[in-house]
Write a protein that binds this ligand. Structure first.
Ligand code: M6R
Length: 585
């Protein structure tokens, strides 16, 4: 859950690596570092905090070969000593690593003898193993060292005497691009797209030795293998705020374009082609798995598929799914939903599903991701790079694709895109609601049925970027327990977009108000005057059909969460303790 980079070539490796780190920062931002070959040795620059904290350290430094890392801490607190690169005891090797070495403790006991680790990380053992197994930097000894590791990793390393990068990976992405007099390596192709036209994707168990302008690939037995390069898709390089203050705001503003694009792509014929490897006639059960926001998208997908296909469809939190002894067989379709396609828990769910003979489908924003590679078929959510840690446009896009999928399977027509939701005027009240919430310590967020999914997603959004504790509940559950918490300090946000459920939702609102609680009601429905008058705030949004409503009702709340985050002095793009891609279980 970190970003790694490498460079070897005619240019100054240090400034090139720094630029790559800026683009990789969404993968972790608690510390960063650059290691480079200089005067026949390896020098390291490390700093706690965002990548920009490295900038004063790199001034005036130059090298033609180096590695870099931006970290999201797993083992050991964010500190300079725990930041990567990690040097071996004899300083011959430096390593940057994304993933987790699960047997680090065992390896330390077995191999380190008198060597005392300087950091608390699992990564440090890799550099020591390289010096123990591979003091001279030959590939077969490198492979022997790496074969001791269990867990997940993308590794980029340098040896003091060589202008070369040594790479390998398992379950974490790693890409290499080769130019005329330079080569670069990164966890994310978008860091390579502005300078290179083609790239190679390293696969699990493969190794590479990268020199300026050339790369040699090896299999796990040390035999040279041929790999074909792939054409770089140039729009993957758009990691730019394009004039917006934050990526999150830009990404919310892109939502109309994203939905429009999806409507233009996913007609029935396109879905037929993309799903050709899945025999839906055999499927009698669909299980959707995802984490965080993607799990909420699964909840929507499961509801849509159940309503439209009559195939039993259920949503599962990926980190629980693998331990829940799910009943999987070759008549089960497991749909993995993941913006990044890198989330370790989601990948593990699909690995389990594959073992049990299930059909598998990825719904993702990254068709070159490990998840997509594992699944029989992929539906691309086509929303362009999402950089802000809090997912926004990817959520709407996942819902939209699942809406299309359920209608495709039931051969029913799509309802059209609702442009009214992108009229800026309907969001005039974002500031008003944000001001009401900015000093609150806790919130209840309620909804019934599909609106409950919106409540779940809303609670996650405001927790992760505004750090307000928000507790989502189905409105009907009120009287079974949490009403005990309602008093005159309570604020409840209620979503109501389902006509048929409105009378019961209004009853719930009455129950809250009669215990002194305040209600912010977000709805597209007509609300009786006598209730309107007693609300803390009524947000009336354009009329939208129930099925599509979760795709649109969340937009108001995404904007509120963004605004509250700013009002509380936070950086919504980089919330504390979080990272965009969670590549560890
Ligand atoms: O890349 P994925 O969609 O698999 O990511 C899953 C979660 O990590 C992600 O949705 C997370 O909950 C976001 N921070 C939510 O805004």
């Amino acid at each position: 859950m970190c970003g790694i980079a490498g460079y070897v070539g005619d240019d100054n490796a240090i400034s090139r690596l720094y630029t790559m780190l800026e683009k990789l920062e969404y993968r972790g931002y608690d510390s960063s570092g650059i290691g480079y070959i200089c005067n026949g040795g390896i020098a390291c620059l490390k700093q706690v905090g965002e990548v920009s904290c490295l900038s004063p350290l790199i001034m005036g430094k130059s090298s033609h070969c180096g590695i870099a890392h931006t970290r999201w801490a797993t083992h050991g607190k964010p500190s300079e000593v725990n930041a990567h690169p990690h040097l071996s005891f004899d300083k011959k090797w430096a390593v940057v690593h994304n993933g987790i070495v699960e047997n680090a403790t065992y390896l330390k006991e077995k191999y380190l003898g008198d060597i005392v680790p300087v950091s608390e990380t699992d990564t440090e053992i890799i550099s020591h193993l390289l010096s123990i197994f591979c003091p001279d930097g030959d590939i077969s000894s490198f492979i022997s060292a790496i074969s001791c590791l269990s867990g997940s990793y993308a590794i980029c390393s340098v040896h003091e005497n060589m202008q070369r990068l040594f790479l390998t990976k398992k379950h974490c992405p790693l890409f290499v691009a080769i130019g005329r007099c330079e080569s670069a390596v990164s966890s994310d192709i978008s860091c390579l797209a502005d300078r290179f036209d083609r790239f190679y994707e390293l696969l699990d168990g493969e190794y590479a030795v990268v020199e300026s302008g050339r790369v040699t690939f090896y299999n796990s037995h040390g035999k040279i293998i041929h790999k074909d390069s792939q054409k770089m898709c140039k729009n993957t390089s758009v990691v730019d705020k394009c004039g917006y203050i934050h990526f999150m705001l830009k990404e919310i503003e892109e939502e109309e374009d994203v939905l429009e694009r999806l409507y233009s792509i996913y007609d029935a014929e396109r879905l037929r082609q993309e799903l050709i490897d899945i025999d839906f006639d055999r499927i009698d059960r669909i299980m959707l798995v995802g984490c965080g926001t993607a799990y909420h998208a699964c909840m929507y997908g499961a509801t849509m598929l159940s309503w439209h296909t009559h195939i039993t469809s259920t949503a599962h939190i990926a980190s629980e799914f693998i331990y829940s002894r799910p009943d999987l067989d070759d008549r089960t379709l497991v749909i993995a939903v993941s913006q990044s396609g890198e989330t370790a828990d989601t990948i593990s769910s699909i690995e389990l599903a594959r073992k049990k003979g299930c059909a598998t489908l990825a719904i993702t924003n990254c068709t070159s991701s490990p998840l997509s590679r594992l699944c029989h078929a992929t539906l691309d959510i086509h929303c362009g790079k999402e950089i802000a840690v809090a997912s926004t446009k990817a959520y709407n896009a996942m819902l939209q694709v699942m809406y299309f999928l359920s209608h495709y399977l039931s051969k029913t027509p799509y309802l059209p895109l609702c442009h009214e939701y992108f009229d800026k005027a309907i969001y005039d009240d974002v500031d008003k609601v944000s001001m009401l919430l900015k000093d609150k310590r806790e919130l209840f967020i309620l909804g019934r049925n599909l609106d409950y999914i919106t409540a779940m997603e809303s609670a996650l959004k405001i927790k992760e970027i505004a750090y307000i504790f928000a507790s989502p509940h189905p409105t009907g559950e009120l009287k079974y327990g949490f009403i005990a918490l309602i008093d005159s300090d309570s604020v409840c946000v209620v979503f109501a977009f389902d006509d048929a459920l409105l009378p019961k939702t209004l009853l719930g609102i009455e129950e809250i108000m009669s215990r002194g609680g305040s209600v912010i009601l977000i709805t597209c429905l007509e609300i009786p005057r006598n209730i309107q008058d007693r609300l803390m705030c009524l947000i009336s949004l354009p009329v939208i059909g129930t099925e599509l409503s979760p795709i649109y009702s969340i937009i108001f709340w995404q904007k509120v969460s963004y605004r509250v985050s700013i009002l509380r002095g936070n950086n919504p793009d980089k919330p504390r303790n979080l990272a965009k891609s969670v590549t560890v279980e």
